[in-house]
Each structure stands twice: as structure tokens, then as C-alpha cells.
Design a binder for this molecule. Structure first.
Ligand code: GDD
Ligand code: MN
Length: 380
């Protein structure tokens, strides 16, 4: 009951000092090196949102170009502008979620901080949520929407494939589940926030896949424009992140996004191992020496891949790479012992080689995953 009372959006008591109006709409703008765009974004919001009580919250991951400073300079003169500066963390989804959680407005909108999104859609998005929608998506792919201005041909092709996969596997039937521009009723967001992944780019898809109850959703055509200044932060790794999020959601979050990435990289390590083994044997090494060397070559490859992809938000750099790699080797060596032990146990009981092998490999993977997340890529 208590929880219900807290989740309902009725004010608990009248405001302490009447006259201080709170915003009806919070616009959340994640930024990473967008300094030259900030003023343009605020200007566009001011023009588009006349007659609406709004605020904008920039969530900046400590950009080196001083984005946060630019926001604060503007904020000194306009109380509707706020800034959250995150230190030691990276990631579009995490930044967006943090910004959304800092809002108390009934409606939240998310958009890019580079002028690619047409802010003149915001009043209509707000109107639709007032009228009962939970979620309004600005879509590049619905009737009359377009993406050609803002996406390269490769990106466009990639988006299409991703949308098809999302539809087929997650049964999400919106035309643009990858859009970075949408508005959501805050209580609906609060209810699903604990289920969201802070990794990756695909916050809207995660919302659609994680919501405990269906969201009343509508779409508006968006003409996705070219960036005003700077470059896109979306790289090829984002595709791998997307596929892992898809897998994590398919398993009903039994497997986390991070574990899926870790396991996929582990699988690729087997290929590296076998290739190295073949080479070492061809060079005339003894089998046990060749096998040992291949194991460490594969581990080293896995370490760097995990550092780039699985733990991109906690990426080790410089000297940290040496201690990180060492702890990774140690953990994975213990993992092999756990792997072999478990396999032997299963083999004695069930005497099916593949079941024993699989059990050992799974236990090894889980052990390595848990232990390296504690020792190699500790959360700061
Ligand atoms: N705080 C923070 N941290 N912000 C980030 C980060 C980060 O690690 N990475 C990117 N951003 C900010 C950018 O500064 C920008 O304001 C916004 O997030 C979107 O990033 P872009 O780099 O502009 O992405 P895009 O335009 O290539 O991708 C667009 O299309 C994708 C689908 O194709 C965005 O709308 C994405 O949200 C969308 O998924
Ligand atoms: Mn963009």
C-alpha cells in the first residue's frame, strides 16, 4: 500500500511556498563532447516550448571539451537549465537513466544534444501524454519519418537489421525501437527503471522490452537531421552491445548483458586457442607446452576484448592494463581448475562426455565472470 501511495502522482502536500512552479516536462540530454551544440539546443528548446513549464537536464560524462561548463554558464542565467556531471563513468544509457531519475516532472523527454532531433515535436509529444499515452516515440521509420539526413548508408542498413531482429525476437512492434528521441510518463519509467541496463545505447528498446505492463505507445514521424557540430559517438562496438542486450532480454534477464558479452568473447577465445595450438605444433613444440602457450594467448586476447567491450564503461588504461591482465590470468587459471574439477564430477556421475564438458565450461565461465568483475574490473 505504502508503495502505491508513493508511486501515485498526487501531491502529498501543497508546495511550501506557492508561486514556485515546478516543470511539467523534463528534457534529458545526454552529452559527450557537445560543447558547441549546447547553446543551440537550449535556444531551440526555449523557442519550441513557449507556454510550457519545462526544464532541461544535461547529463555529461565529464567531457574534455568543457560541455558541463558551457551548460553551467547558461544555467546561471536560466534556472530551467541544469547539469549533472558524472565522473569516471561512460555510457549513453546510464547517463540517460540517471538524468531521468533526477526529474520530478510528470513527463520526461529524451533527446540527443547535437540538434539531430527536431524539438518542435515536443509540444505534441507532451499533449499526447497529457491525453493518456505512456510513451511517444519520434520515429525515423514510420510513415513520413526519415533518416537519410542523419544516417550513413551503413548505419541505415544496420538499423534496419536491428529493427527486424527486435521485432522478431522481442515482439516489439514499433517502427523505430532504436530512436533516441521519445517522451515517457515518469511513473511508467520509475516502475521499470530498476530493470534497465546502464550499458549501451539502446535505452528505448530496453524500456520496451523491460516494461512490466504494456505501455500505451504512439509514434510521430521524425526527420532525422545531420549533426550540427562534432561527430557521432556510436561505433561498431554498439552493434555487439545491441546483440547482447537482445540475448539478455530473450533469456528474461537471467543472463545479464555483461555476461552475454563475456561468454561470447570466451567462445571466440576457443577459436584463438585452437589456431595458436595448431601453429605451435607446426613449429615443433611439445604438446603440453603448445597447449599452455595457446591458453595464455587466448586469455590475453579475451582480456583485451573484454576491456574494450564488456567493460567499456570501466575500461582499464595505461599501467592498469598490466595489473588487470595479471589478475585476469590468475583468475582464469583458477577457472580452468574449477572447469576440469566440475567436468570430472559430472563425468563420474553421468559418464556423458559432452554433458561433462559443457558443465565444466559453464562453471568455468561463470567463475571467471564473477571473479574478474570483482578483481580485474572492480566497480569504482
Ligand atoms: N553522457 C553521455 N555519455 N552522453 C553520450 C555518450 C556517453 O557515453 N555517448 C553519446 N552521448 C550523447 C551524445 O553526446 C549525443 O548527445 C547523444 O548521446 C547521442 O549520441 P550520438 O553520438 O549523437 O549518437 P548518434 O546520433 O550517432 O545515434 C543516434 O541514433 C541512434 C540509433 O541509430 C542517437 O539518437 C541514438 O540514441 C540512437 O540509438
Ligand atoms: Mn546524434
Amino acid at each position: 500500500m505504502m508503495q502505491h501511495a508513493r508511486l501515485s502522482e498526487q501531491p502529498v502536500q501543497p508546495s511550501f511556498e506557492p508561486g514556485h512552479r515546478s516543470p511539467e516536462l523534463s528534457v534529458i540530454v545526454p552529452t559527450f563532447n557537445e560543447a558547441p551544440n549546447v547553446e543551440l539546443v537550449v535556444g531551440a528548446l526555449v523557442a519550441a516550448l513557449r507556454g510550457i513549464d519545462w526544464e532541461v537536464i544535461f547529463v555529461d560524462d565529464d567531457s574534455s571539451d568543457g560541455t558541463a561548463n558551457v551548460v553551467r554558464l547558461i544555467a546561471r542565467h536560466d534556472g530551467r537549465v541544469r547539469c549533472i556531471r558524472r565522473i569516471g563513468r561512460r555510457g549513453l544509457a546510464g547517463a540517460t537513466i540517471e538524468g531521468m531519475l533526477s526529474s520530478s516532472a510528470p513527463v520526461i523527454a529524451i533527446m540527443d544534444g547535437d540538434m539531430q532531433h527536431d524539438v518542435s515535436l515536443l509540444p505534441e509529444m507532451l499533449r499526447r501524454i497529457r491525453a493518456g499515452d505512456d510513451l511517444v516515440i519520434a520515429s525515423r521509420f514510420c510513415h513520413a519519418g526519415s533518416a537519410v539526413g542523419g544516417l550513413s548508408r551503413t548505419r541505415l542498413g544496420g538499423s534496419r537489421v536491428a529493427i527486424r531482429l527486435t521485432r522478431t525476437f522481442l515482439h516489439i512492434n514499433v517502427s523505430d525501437p532504436m530512436s533516441g528521441f521519445f517522451a515517457i510518463r515518469r511513473p511508467a519509467f520509475e516502475a521499470l527503471a530498476p530493470r534497465l541496463s546502464t550499458q549501451g545505447f539502446k535505452i528505448l528498446m530496453d524500456i520496451l522490452a523491460s516494461t512490466p505492463r504494456p505501455l500505451r505507445t504512439s509514434e510521430m514521424p521524425l526527420h532525422f537531421r545531420a549533426r550540427q557540430h562534432g561527430v557521432s559517438k556510436l561505433d561498431n562496438l554498439v552493434a555487439a552491445e545491441y546483440l547482447s542486450l537482445l540475448l539478455a532480454k530473450l533469456t528474461g534477464d537471467v543472463l545479464s548483458l555483461r555476461f552475454v558479452l563475456f561468454a561470447l568473447i570466451g567462445g571466440s577465445g576457443v577459436v584463438v586457442h585452437l589456431a595458436t595450438l595448431k601453429m605451435a605444433l607446426a613449429l615443433g613444440w611439445t604438446f603440453s607446452l603448445a597447449q599452455m602457450a595457446s591458453a595464455y594467448v587466448a586469455m590475453t586476447g579475451n582480456f583485451f576484448l573484454n576491456n574494450i567491450l564488456t567493460y567499456r564503461d570501466r575500461r582499464l588504461k595505461g599501467w592498469q592494463l598490466i595489473s588487470g591482465l595479471t589478475s585476469f590470468w590468475i583468475v582464469c587459471s583458477i577457472g580452468v581448475i574449477a572447469n576440469v574439477g566440475a567436468a570430472q564430477l559430472v563425468h563420474e556421475q553421468a559418464s556423458r562426455w559432452w554433458l561433462a564438458g559443457l558443465a565444466g565450461a559453464s562453471l568455468g565461465a561463470v567463475f571467471n565472470y564473477v571473479a574478474t568483475s570483482m578483481f580485474t574490473w572492480r566497480a569504482r
